[in-house]
Design a protein. Sequence first.
Length: 297
Amino acid sequence: MIGLRSIVEATRARRWLRGLDVRLKLAVLVSAAVLVVLIDAPATLLTLFILVVALYCVSGLPAGKLRLVVLIALLTVWGTMLSQALFYASVPRTTLVELVQRDFPVLGALTGGVRIYREGLAYGAVQSLRIVTMIGLGLLVCWTTDAGAFLSALVRLRVPYGVAFMTVTALRFLPVVVAEAGVVMTARRMKGYHLRRGRWLRPWRQLAQIFKPMFANAIRRSRSLALSVESRGFDPAGARTALEPSRLGLRGVAALGLLAAALLAVTALKLLHWMFMEEVFYSEALRWLYSFVRAYL
């Protein structure tokens, strides 16, 4: 469990990826979040996911990180598709496998039968594409962004320095807290602690005992940090400079412009199609646009 610290820590990657302006990375992340919500076409969602996979292929991340992303993606896809296949409620729906028949004693009467539906599998696949795309992109940004660069980007985005400092500090403490949880769990195991052993209330009591040293260390660490920044004359309203000020450059500005244009275009197309479906507005000249949105968005 101590290795869990590496999940939330920045790591080595290609220089061009680590050197990208954090504001551009955040813009890509926000744009992707909006697009995966607006887009319903499975082929287009799959294309977005393939783009994220391509970024991982050229990112230069360690093999352990790549294996972790693959594991998270497989578990997410499997869980989402299975849950939607079992509990899909819309119609029409086609039964592929009947796990529990309606006349099965007790369970069949309670559930009305348990079945796997083909439409549920398809719906689950679409939803899992949305989820794994954002998980993969979010982890990529997290692993290739230094805390100092993130702080500088927040300041350049006109976030109050006090808020930016607290945000980055929380992110810096997250790996430490995760590692500390692993140390506490290891110490408990060495003393004969087993989570599933004993009465049904005992695991919850044991978890409370695990959280106590974690909270105590977190409070102690926060007090040490407060004393440290105060002794250095920390002033959130004071003027300050950056060692390496981030600059978007012409390419960064162009990329931001393309992202904004893509978001506006997709939003406008989806809005026009919604107005057509709800019989609010229809134009004969826009029939090609309605067909395009239905096929690709």
